[in-house]
Design a protein around this ligand. Sequence first.
Ligand SMILES: [Zn+2]
Ligand SMILES: [Zn+2]
Length: 113
Amino acid sequence: MNAAAATHHTNCLRCGRTLTSAKSMAAGYGPRCARHIRTAQVDLTDYKPHQVQSARELIEDGAIVPLRSVIFITVSTDGTETYRTAPTACTCKAGLKGTRCYHQLAARLLLAA
Ligand SMILES: [Zn+2]
Ligand SMILES: [Zn+2]
């Protein structure tokens, strides 16, 4: 859990529909969109299991929010910083070094959903 989890969303981040349950508001996704995201097929061969786990937690915490087209705003684990994340680039420390970070993976999962 991180600071972003305290944010409550009123509309689904994926389809824009009004969210009704507390669980959906905390996650930022309605049940149908959450299922799409959980089952999204992405090539994970470049990622370690803990990165996949972190990417899913980022999504479940509502800590990755679409900005425009393939660009997302992601929140750092301690909730103090935000990054701009695309499927192949990110402004976090790892991303700037050219490393594939879990933010990028989360963006890929959301775009594949
Ligand atoms: Zn939705
Ligand atoms: Zn990153």
